[in-house]
Design a protein around this ligand. Structure first.
Ligand code: ADP
Ligand code: TRP
Length: 320
């Protein structure tokens, strides 16, 4: 089974990225043949500062390796090191109906945030389809916000196969319910563009401040509270064992347990979970040649797989 996912190098990774996508992809590397990449072509739709782009790409690589991506098990690479994806994007774009892309929410959301309407931003989902189809992926772990892009990918693959003969596998999204939307500190979806994140490897004092700022209702200390609508609990749940979850849920329901205490427990869990990963990241940061070598080898392996699919698509369309 081939598993594939990507994350844009467009900013600092946060708990939403970790629980929504990275953790799934890293767990799945034990179950199949995982391809994980840094979507720097996609990030170019919003980041136009070359130094920032390089820095972001390095940080995403460090974050993934620190969080447990094992380059012996997974193929880890930079999207732009496999330029074959661009040619496939074109071959897919000639069967992609305009209406399919015009309906994509993420494009409209980005315009609403003030990102200029460029052709690259508009055709983003076709490049994403090429990422997925190029590697004949079976399963794509992503957060819920990417579900529509997966549907678009499937539609494009079906259309291409119908017109030109069986060329692509039809991929399935992998979106476990409990992590589909990780809430931010304001209760909306956690996202770097909403400024409501807790970064994975940012300054610890900042992380503590963010956690202490998580929005809750105004129930007093002694009042019983509902865990299912409590943003602190919803985040705590992602880290905690079954027993720990039940304990916090029971404390909230019982009353005489304030949101401040819940936040403190959440912060402690955050520190406990990420301290070993933080140490690993620091080690990797002192060994950037190793990180570069991992990405180079990953690109070589990815390119070998990519060429096979691209050749088939070129033959199918009569380019060769
Ligand atoms: P952001 O919204 O911060 O820009 P990205 O769009 O770069 O994040 O997301 C990278 C990956 O992480 C995607 O698979 C996305 O679905 C997942 N992801 C991001 N934020 C969340 C969240 N709050 N909950 C679940 N998954 C998320
Ligand atoms: N669009 C994805 C995001 O914003 C990143 C991405 C690009 C991706 N290509 C992909 C994710 C292919 C999964 C598969 O998060």
């Amino acid at each position: 089974m081939r598993i594939l996912s990507g994350v844009q190098s467009s900013g600092k990774l946060h708990l939403g990225n970790y629980f929504g996508m990275m953790k799934q992809a890293i767990t799945l590397q034990e179950k199949g043949d995982a391809y994980i990449f840094i979507a720097n072509y996609h990030a170019l739709t919003t980041v136009h500062n070359p130094d920032e782009m390089r820095e972001n790409t390095k940080n995403v690589a460090l974050d993934f390796l620190a969080c447990g991506l094992d380059p012996e098990k997974s193929v880890f690479f930079r999207q732009s090191d496999v330029p074959e994806v661009q040619e496939l994007t074109w071959l897919l774009s000639i069967v992609t109906p305009m209406g399919l892309i015009e309906r994509c929410h993420s494009y409209k959301d980005k315009l609403a945030k003030g990102i200029p309407a460029t052709h690259g931003l508009f055709s983003y989902p076709v490049l994403m389809a090429a990422d997925i189809l190029l590697y004949q992926s079976d399963l794509v772990p992503v957060g819920k916000d990417q579900k529509q892009h997966l549907e678009v990918t499937r539609d494009i693959a079906i259309k291409f196969n119908n017109e030109f003969g069986e060329t692509f596998k039809i991929p399935e999204p992998y979106i476990p319910d409990e992590v589909a939307i990780v809430p931010g500190i304001d209760g909306q979806k956690m996202s770097k563009s909403y400024g409501n994140t807790v970064q994975l490897f940012g300054d610890l004092k900042e992380a503590k401040k963010q956690i202490m700022r998580i929005v809750t209702d105004s129930k007093g200390l002694e009042e019983p509270k509902d865990p299912d609508t409590c943003n602190v609990y919803l985040l705590y749940k992602l880290f905690a064992s079954q027993e720990e979850r039940e304990q916090m849920a029971a404390n909230l329901r019982a009353g005489n347990y304030g949101y401040g205490s819940a936040k403190k427990e959440l912060y402690e869990k955050f520190v406990e979970t990420f301290t070993p990963l933080r140490q690993k990241r620091e080690e990797l940061e002192r060994n950037l040649d190793y990180v570069e070598e991992v990405l180079r080898k990953g690109a070589e392996r990815a390119r070998a797989a990519a060429t096979v699919t691209l050749d088939a698509a070129r033959r199918a369309t009569g380019l060769c």
